[in-house]
Design a protein around this ligand. Structure first.
Ligand SMILES: Cc1ncc(COP(=O)(O)O)c(C=O)c1O
Length: 528
């Protein structure tokens, strides 16, 4: 039940009109809440309540679930239909959403209809990531087949920590990740039939951490797990790598002082000769280089590190190479874009996020290793209470040994649904479309007098700036985002304020990109 701050002291008022036109119910206390909801809906009538108390159960019945479930699906479908009517970026002030929530939890259960209708009151506090006018950060796109897969996963309620705790959860995951490996043209060694295999992690951050832990243990012969880090292990990534790499270094105990930020070239891609130089300097200083992360599609500018040269150095030096393709890895679905992962054969691990650009709702990161034994050695701890015959037979995968937590959700269902709904053809179609739209936007920037590209337009990401300098660009971004019709974010490249335009939401089409360009030009008139 929601209560608007101004109305908290107003005993007589029971309704208010929100900016969006909805009339939410609210109540000062739970009895009033129950009264109002009974008046408004009458769904949980006295008979139902009596039946409930007689049953001594407060659970929703399967029939109630069926009815409410249909209402939720209807709500989601309607939300997506009207999504463009909301300001893309939420406009609420800090604390504004909490202020409309009741101070205490309800003593008595509330009708489902009330709960669902109260979701409307959260909408002002939602930034609409699924809007086709969302061009900020990176996409976190979703699709209806994925949402339905997620619902089924919740419905089955499986905890798939071991093969034995739900064989289908493990085997579907292995199978779908093998499919994806083939769909993306990943090296054979990442297939489960070889020495490696794939697993679904929550995020690319977790994949980087798992890769680093496996690298650390390989490099120290298991000593780090036994005795802790001795301060000699070093790791390498470019100045443009995602912050999750530094976080992994912290969590794994290497120490940030042992992370080298490797210089990049004019296109913001890692310079292999700088990597080689840092490694040899460290060796001379008695350090033990153990981990390199290369990025396929950096967050700031979409730069693609030269995997072939980096891989050659890692092989020569016996260093674990992890490739982070969080967003742009999806592009490899299209054979003509597979050049982004040339040289991947030398990698020990690889990850990309279907929860970014492959229509699979958060969370879903696919993590592949070429030597699963190295990962399992680093992460497996087997207490008595998890022992079982299947594990001891050695014939099954227990994914708990491939990740940090013990428990795991049945995420493969949504991925399976996405792949089967779209087919390879459908996924390629939409990825190509996004790339084509972003590249068209980049051409408009190039042709314009007022704007310039800040980096080569990389697949679906365009970094650009107004020629009038940093503060004009800051004002431009503020103006665009406060207008509510589109949402972009920024970065800094070469120390200069840069706007990022990333095309990747499921429903983004030509008209959205054209409209965005029109709005950008109009807003530019007022800031330069
Ligand atoms: C290149 C890159 N790596 C890693 C991440 C982190 O992704 P996640 O939220 O899945 O950890 C991002 C997200 O922005 C990214 O762009």
């Amino acid at each position: 039940m929601f209560c608007h701050p101004e109305e908290r002291s107003d005993e007589g008022s029971s309704r208010r009109l929100l900016a969006g036109g909805q009339i939410p119910r609210f109540a000062r206390d739970d009895s009033r809440a129950l009264f109002l909801s009974a008046v408004s809906f009458g769904h949980r009538n006295r008979e139902e309540e009596r039946a409930m108390s007689q049953k001594q159960s407060y659970h929703m019945t399967p029939e109630e679930f069926r009815r409410h479930g249909h209402a939720v699906v209807d709500w989601i479908a309607d939300y997506h239909r009207r999504i463009e009517s909301f300001p893309v970026l939420s406009r609420v002030a800090p604390g504004e959403i909490r202020a409309i929530l009741p101070a205490s939890p309800p003593e008595h259960g509330e009708p489902f209809e009330t709960m669902l209708s109260d979701v409307e009151n959260l909408l002002p506090g939602i930034t609409h990531w699924q809007s086709p006018n969302f061009f900020a950060y990176f996409p976190s796109n979703a699709s209806f087949p994925s949402m339905l897969g997620e619902l089924l996963s919740a419905g089955l309620g499986v905890q798939g920590m071991l093969w034995a705790t739900s064989p289908a959860c493990t085997e579907l995951e292995t199978h779908v990740l093998d499919w994806l490996g083939k769909m993306l043209g990943l090296p054979e060694k990442f297939q489960s039939a070889s020495s490696g295999g794939g697993v679904i992690q929550d995020t690319a951050s977790s994949s980087a951490l798992c890769a680093l832990l496996a690298a650390r243990e390989r490099s120290t012969g298991g000593k780090s797990n036994e005795q802790g880090c001795d301060g000699r292990l070093t790791a390498y990534t470019s100045t443009q790598a995602h912050s999750s790499i530094e976080k992994a270094i912290r969590v794994a105990g290497l120490g940030v002082a042992n992370l080298r930020s490797i210089e990049v070239n004019a296109d913001f891609a890692m310079r292999p000769e700088a990597l080689a130089r840092n490694i040899s300097e460290d060796r001379r200083a008695g350090k033990t280089p153990c981990f390199v992360t290369a990025t396929v599609g950096t967050t700031s500018s979409g730069a693609i590190d030269p995997l072939r040269e980096i891989g050659r150095i890692c092989r020569e030096e016996g260093i674990w190479l992890h490739v982070d393709a969080a967003m742009m890895g999806t592009a490899a679905l299209c054979p003509e874009l597979r050049w982004i992962q040339e040289g991947l054969e030398a990698a020990d691990s690889y990850c990309f996020n279907p929860h970014k650009w492959m229509f699979t709702n958060f969370d879903c990161d696919c993590f592949y290793v070429s030597d699963r034994a190295a990962l399992i050695r680093a992460l497996s701890v087997l207490p008595e209470y998890l022992r079982n015959r299947a594990t001891e037979s050695g014939a099954v995968i227990d994914y708990r040994d491939w990740q940090i937590p013990l428990g795991r959700r049945f995420r493969a269902l949504k991925l399976w649904f996405v792949v089967r709904h779209y087919g390879i053809e459908g996924l390629r179609h939409h990825v190509r479309r996004h790339v084509e739209l972003a590249q068209r936007f980049a051409r408009w920037i190039e042709e314009s007098q007022r704007f310039e590209l800040a980096a080569p337009a990389s697949l679906n990401l365009v970094c650009f700036r107004h020629t009038s300098g940093d503060s004009a660009n800051e004002r431009l971004l503020e103006k665009l985002n406060s207008g509510g019709r589109i949402y972009l974010t920024h970065t800094k490249l070469d120390g200069r304020y840069t706007l990022r335009f990333c095309v990747g939401q499921a429903q983004t089409e030509e008209q959205h990109v054209e409209e965005a360009w029109k709005r950008i030009r109009e807003a530019a008139e007022t800031v330069s």
